[in-house]
Design a protein around this ligand. Sequence first.
Ligand code: UD1
Ligand code: CA
Length: 457
Amino acid sequence: MKNRYAIILAAGQGSRMKSSLYKVLHPVAGKPMVEHVMDQIEKLHVDEVVTIVGFGSDKVKEQLGERSHYALQTEQLGTGHAVLAASDLLADKDGTTLVICGDTPLLTAETLTALFDHHEKEEAKATILSAIAKDPTGYGRVIRNAEGHVEKIVEQKDAKASELAVTEFNTGTYCFDNQSLFNSLQEVGNHNAQGEYYLPDVIGILKQQNEVVSAFIMDSEDDSMGVNDRVALAKANQLMFQRINLEHMKNGVSFINPNTTYIEKEVTIGKDTTIEAGVLIKGQTVIGENCWIGAHSEIRNSQLGDYVEVTSSLIENATLKNHIDVGPYAHLRPNTVIADHAHIGNFVETKNATIGEGTKVGHLTYVGDATLGQDINIGCGTVFANYDGKNKHHTTVGDHVFIGSNTTIVSPVVLNECSATAAGSTITEDVPSYDLGIARGRQTNLKEYAKKLPYNQ
Ligand code: UD1
Ligand code: CA
């Protein structure tokens, strides 16, 4: 097999996005577009990848890191000019070079492999990855001669009416014989509507030299889309989320309304889990089997085991083991770890908290900087007062502790195994095992005083 190289074009500003963020860094399903492209290229195991970056696009380098070599295109004079920036790294090499745009996040490794195979089978010097669109407005059109052979690509802005009527368009991805690519780029001029050096002009140049040029028509118009503006970005997100959901469905996950459910690329979900409408699952989240993620829940960078039920809650950077139910309206914040069979009820917030097996935190409670043992009952309205305005302090609650409703636990404090607190207490000192901590004013009843109250007058 010939050596294979890849060039990712990522130096364009993306002015049509009207953004201070570089175009190829705009996320699709939570991941920058150029990283989607990189992920697919890595599956091809090419010998070298060169990403073309522009002046001030260090962020692209930061994003891709060591996964690519880089060439700087100091001025953005067009896609042909961009490829030339890779000359020092690639021009003297023999082999096949894939050129792909950083703004085509939906292209798959399968399609790119099929393109390579087609190119090599046809023994072509250049092969365009093309697609057929119902409305190809904005794309370069693939112009074929009377015999159906590819002649050239004409950009939208340079096209005649007859050319605009062509529905086969250039996806911006190509395979080239490497030497032919760099040689013919020398001949590309910028006498066109945009005053740019167009990479697609290489096709016409090679054809005129009687070289074999070809087009491989991919079958999914959706997968081929290039993102130039926010409208296309929204569409790419929608298509990517659909693709991701479909994959989960194939793996045994149920969706009540997949059209409103957004699951980012890296998320994994076990079988027999159900995802309701309006759910967002982001980052490096892992969800186990037989879970139920209820409507309008959001889960970020968290690990959920099996049989976890979440009702309308926000979970971030948390770990939940198995057989746990959460919500409605709970907020599990970073470094929350919840053991098997625990129950987190409505309006509960946790942070830096370890909650032991079988422990119940049922209602209206804040648990911060605390280690809770097993089979504890936390009464309604309990507050772990962990912050003195300067430092955070830790609370430890032993197994089988019973915390009465509306207890305020002023940390640092230890509630030992099997102890209890009386409802309404403000606990500032440790409670020994089997003791009841009670810290509140004693009640006195003023004899018939209610009769003197204004509403009884
Ligand atoms: C390009 C193609 C068009 C094709 C379409 C597919 C050209 C001239 N046209 O048009 O035929 O249908 O893609 O999506 O190539 N870039 C640079 N340096 C530059 C200019 C662009 O690195 O000087 C990069 C951009 O970052 C982008 C890619 O090249 O990732 C494509 O550029 P863009 O301006 O989006 O080209 P299109 O107008 O979409
Ligand atoms: Ca584009």
